[in-house]
Design a protein around this ligand. Structure first.
Ligand SMILES: Nc1ncnc2c1ncn2[C@@H]1O[C@H](COP(=O)(O)OP(=O)(O)OP(=O)(O)O)[C@@H](O)[C@H]1O
Length: 356
């Protein structure tokens, strides 16, 4: 297990890169805790795999260093970094049995056979493969083979970190849920440093203690699931986390009030704003109260999810989504109020502090 330091890392696939936009990964400078469970979350092309491959050693970064427990491993191969990896698609030996596939990484390192047996049996249980331990991998479904790959990633107990690159893509939805919960439990039991790449927010939020949200080659926030929900640092985090995502509207700020269209909205404090910045007011749909009091909205659609209502409205010419309790009565002349505590002010997409 190791603490991972990403020391001023940047990466461009073209050697001619100069401008920030030429870098697939813009500067990353962070320390990830020993034993942490991190999810790299973001849309396709944002740089998740590039960052993971820099940690594993498959890619040598254009700039910066990577350290495991304070030791510079930038020049070391994947093997020398002593990490386990699980990829999107299964990597198994077809002619070996399920048991031997799982035992392989241990036997390769001359682990005593009694320990191999104990560990492989634990992993067989965990991945729900115990019933097919003696079967050859050849002929198993993609789903079953991927469970073997996951098991092989988890079987060693002496690795510095385990890296997962969208490992549940080929797993069926029910098993996905089971494996996700098992991985979380295994992380708690084992204390491995784990880094898990996904573009699925549910996967990231259930697995990770800390979610690393990436957008356009940049880490825009590292936070607990609650922090990402309550205080998104960047408008992208607001959109991407939550369902529906956060509402954002162009606004002007005057002391401790914001003006959206013709409405004046009370804030929790007075944000400090740079001149000329593009200002937006952000509020999560869960913190907009729908009723007969407050500012007028026009309802465009009501979606009933069974547990709650998602009410789509127009507010001062801007779309505004509201999550309302299932038993909410929808008034014919609907109005809304915003909880000032839940309002965020964003300047050029980044959240600004509000002084009380
Ligand atoms: N080998 C390569 N050569 C040139 N450009 C690349 C290479 N690999 C990735 N890129 C580019 O780098 C950027 C980041 O890609 P990366 O694969 O890291 O993103 P990602 O977030 O993992 O996406 P996905 O979820 O689709 O795998 C993209 O613009 C991609 O086109």
């Amino acid at each position: 297990m190791a603490r991972i330091n990403l020391d001023h890392i940047r990466h461009a696939y073209s050697p001619k890169a100069k401008a920030a936009g030429d870098y697939a990964l813009k500067e990353v400078h962070h320390e990830w805790a020993d034993g942490g469970a991190y999810a790299l979350l973001g849309p396709s092309g944002c740089g998740k795999t590039t960052l993971l491959n820099i940690i594993s050693g498959l890619i040598h970064p254009s700039d910066g260093r990577i350290l495991f427990d304070g030791v510079d491993v930038t020049a070391l191969s994947t093997e020398a970094r002593n990490i386990a990896q699980v990829f999107q698609f299964p990597v198994v030996y077809d002619t070996m049995t399920v048991y031997d596939n799982l035992a392989f990484p241990l036997r390769n390192r001359h682990v005593p056979e009694a320990d191999v047996d104990r560990r492989v049996k634990e992993i067989l249980e965990m991945t729900d493969l115990a019933g097919m331990a003696g079967r050859r991998a050849q002929g198993l479904t993609a789903d079953q083979k991927q469970k073997i790959s996951l098991g092989r990633g988890l079987v060693r107990s002496d690795v510095n970190a385990i890296l997962f690159d969208e490992p549940l893509t080929v797993i069926d939805p029910h098993m996905k849920w089971v494996l996700r919960s098992q991985l979380k439990r295994l992380h708690r039991q084992s204390g491995f440093t784990m880094v898990y790449v996904t573009h699925d927010q549910t996967e990231a939020l259930t697995f990770a203690d800390k979610v690393v949200v990436m957008y356009d080659g940049e880490i825009v926030q590292i936070g607990t699931p609650a922090e990402l929900f309550e205080r998104p640092s960047h408008t992208f985090v607001g959109y991407f986390i939550g369902s529906p995502g956060m509402n954002f509207m162009p606004a002007a700020v005057n002391g401790s009030t914001a003006v959206v269209g013709e409405q004046t909205i009370a804030l929790n404090g007075a944000p400090t704003l740079a001149k000329g910045a593009r200002i937006e007011l952000g509020i999560r749909p869960e913190f907009v109260r729908l009723g007969r009091e407050g500012m007028p909205v026009t309802i465009t659609k009501v979606e009933d999810t069974g547990r709650q209502k998602i009410v789509r409205t127009q507010f001062c010419g801007h779309p505004l989504s509201i999550v309302a309790p299932e038993d909410t009565e929808i008034p014919s002349e609907a109005r809304v109020t915003f909880d000032p505590q839940a309002i965020g002010i964003y300047a050029d997409s980044w959240r600004v502090g509000q002084e009380g």
